[in-house]
Structures are given as C-alpha cells and as structure tokens.
Design a protein around this ligand. Structure first.
Ligand code: F6R
Ligand code: MG
Ligand code: MG
Length: 365
C-alpha cells in the first residue's frame, strides 16, 4: 500500500512570546483536519507543536505536493491565525507570507517534509521537529545516521544496509541540487554538509532498494521573505528498522548536542537540546534550540502513536551537556562564535551604524 506522509508546519502565533503554543491552537488544528479524515482525503492525522510551531502530521494517498493537502494545511494555518489574532497571541500569522493560497504552501512560509513509500509489513517512523533553528540543522545527524559507522553499526554488520545510502543535497541559496553516494563520496559530500546555512540534506535513499529513508524541510524563511520573519524551525521524517537504521541508531546522534544557528533573534549559535514534548518550550534567551521526536508505527496509513522518543533518562546527559554548552556560549554575549557571522545574522544594525560613522573611518597608514 503506497502511503504519503506529509508534515507541514508553521508558526502562526506564540504563547508566551515565541516560547510555546497555546493549546487552543492545537485544538483548532484538530478541528480543521477532522472533516478531511471523515471525507477520506486524509487516512489519519496528528496535530502537535514544537515550541511555537504548529505541526500537521498527515497520512493520505494523494502523493507529495498535492494541492488539496497543501490547501488543507494552508486553510488550517489561516483558521489558527484568526484565532491567534483574536487571542492576541504573539506574532499571529508570522509564517504565512502570502495573502492567498496558490496551489502549494512551498515558498509561502510553512515548512514541508513529505514522502511517498510502500508501507512495509511493519513501518516505524520518527518525526523530528525543531524550534529556534534553521533547516541545515539536520545535516549532521542525517550524516551520522546514514553514513557514519561509529553511529550506525548496521552499516557495517547488516548485509541489507552495507551498500550504503545516497544523499540529495540542496543549495538553498543557489537553487540547485546534487546527489552524493555514501560511503564512496563522503569526502566530497562533507564540504557541503559542513556548510548548513547554505547546503541542506533534503532526502536520503537506500541505494540498493531505491527506497526513501528520510526527508527534511529545507525552506529558508528569510530567503523567501527577504527579511527576518522567524526561524525555519525545520522538521525531518526518518523511516526506520529492517534495511533502514534501527530506531536507536536514528536517535543516537542526538546524544551529542551539536551547535546550530537560530537561537535568539535568529542570530546566535546554540546547542540543539533533545527534549520531550513537555519540555519543548524554548525559554532561556529564547532557547536553547530544541528538538523533539514523535515515533509512530504506521498501520495501513493509520498513525499509531506518538511515542515521545526523547522522554528517556538516557538523554538526560545530552540535556545536561547542552546546558553546559549553552552557558559557555552565552558567556560570549555579543561576540562570535555565539553571535552569528555578520552575513548570516537575521537581525543587524550594521548598515545604520556604518552610515552614522561614515566620516569617522580614515585610511590606515
Ligand atoms: C523567534 C526568535 C526570537 C525572536 C525574539 C524577538 O523565532 O528567534 O528569539 O527573534 O524574541 O522577537 P520579536 O522581534 O518578535 O520581538
Ligand atoms: Mg515565533
Ligand atoms: Mg518557532
């Protein structure tokens, strides 16, 4: 049975500030998707949040980039925005950058990760949802999951994974894409993946089975809007088990919180802290950046779950280390490398300051 799993998300209003989401918006989302399930457009859905972002997790049989599905998501975000405005929630409708729906939500503000696949005899999927970071945040964990034998022992000892995975990488500034084969092209690939502000892993495929293993949202809000309107707060879907990495191999990279961009005003680096949904409310200095993981078993497209995968004491040490890293970075205040390099900052006063100081710069002897 071919199933499309669509995760479409947007920040349509925060509570309080940008830290979390009011439960009334989640209820509104459920209310909007329920009729689509009743009418058969959706097989199933789950509405949730990550920080201040509304997350619509939907299964159906209409394929990716389907107009009806995207319209449903857009209408849901608009209904939520209306409620957010009535409640005067913070930044109501923040990510809806277009006035009207035009066939797809792509390029209109919301983030999208979608994949179509034949549901296996048992189909575990993990949906990672991050807040206060940018789309390239998945590069490092996806590399570890699908190309690093120190993370994924299956690459070494599981016959059905030994031929490796291919990575579709998008140049989000140059509007280009390229596919690399791991393991033989990892050295070429890493120069790109190591530049997550520009290059982002869009999808990963099992080479032998030619089957999709992971898909992420690569929309960069600031590039769409041409100004800072909020962070991308990306999502990533990873299928698991069998000829794909085990659930534990997929979660393992998050035990070492890596440094991502997107903290405070989209202009700072901070550690990506793996948390439970309960703790996915970035508050300290509007952060640090968070990720939570919803695990589902699919059953003919029905979403059995979610299990809150980082709600496990074995991630306590990662959280503690993220807090230590957060302190260390915060100590730098307005200095790099906590603050992003000038050209990457979402907020800046540099043009105004430069203008004011124009006549005061003199040539060096
Ligand atoms: C939101 C974010 C926050 C805001 C900050 C200022 O994604 O990263 O850190 O940038 O709270 O928000 P405004 O400009 O809305 O007052
Ligand atoms: Mg927000
Ligand atoms: Mg957000």
């Amino acid at each position: 049975m071919d199933i499309t799993l669509s995760v479409i998300k947007a920040d349509i209003g925060g509570y309080v500030g940008h830290s979390s989401m009011h439960p009334a918006l989640i209820e509104k989302g459920q209310e909007c998707l329920e009729p689509a399930k009743r009418d058969g457009l959706l097989i199933d859905f789950h509405v949730t949040r990550a920080g201040d972002d509304l997350q619509l997790i939907m299964t159906h049989q209409n394929g990716v980039d389907n107009e009806q599905i995207h319209r449903l998501a857009w209408d849901t975000f608009e209904a939520g925005t209306k409620l957010a405005r009535e409640m005067k929630l913070y930044g109501a409708g923040q990510d809806l950058l277009a006035d009207a729906f035009a066939g797809t939500v792509k390029g209109m503000g919301p983030g999208v990760a979608e994949m179509t696949f034949t549901e296996r005899a048992s189909e575990p999927v993990l949906i990672f949802m991050a807040d206060k970071t940018a789309s390239g945040a998945w590069n490092l964990p996806l590399y570890k999951i699908f190309a690093d034998p120190f993370n994924t022992i299956g690459l070494v000892i599981a016959e059905n994974m030994h031929k490796g995975f291919s990575f579709e990488v998008h140049d989000v500034k140059g509007h280009k894409k390229i596919t690399f084969n791991a393991p033989e092209e990892i050295y070429d690939m890493l120069i790109f993946l190591g530049t997550p502000s520009r290059y982002a892993v869009k999808a990963v495929y099992h080479r032998e089975m030619n089957d999709v293993a992971a898909v992420s949202s690569t929309q960069r809000l600031s590039l769409i809007a041409g100004r800072y309107v909020g962070k991308d707060d990306p999502v990533c879907i990873v299928r698991s088990q069998g000829y794909l990495p085990a659930v534990g191999e997929v979660l393992e990279p998050f035990t070492q919180p890596h440094i991502v961009e997107g903290w405070m005003r989209g202009s700072h680096h901070g550690p990506l802290m793996p948390v439970s949904l309960r703790d996915c409310n970035p508050s300290r200095f509007d952060g640090p950046p968070r990720v939570w993981a919803a695990g589902f078993q699919l059953c003919n497209g029905k979403l059995i779950g979610p299990r809150d995968m980082f709600d496990d004491p074995s991630f306590d040490e990662a959280r503690r280390r993220a807090n230590v890293l957060a302190d260390w970075l915060r100590m730098h205040g307005p200095f790099e490398p906590h603050r992003l390099p000038l050209e990457e900052m979402e907020y800046t006063t540099m043009p105004q300051v430069m203008k004011k100081l124009e006549g005061r710069f003199t040539e060096l002897e």
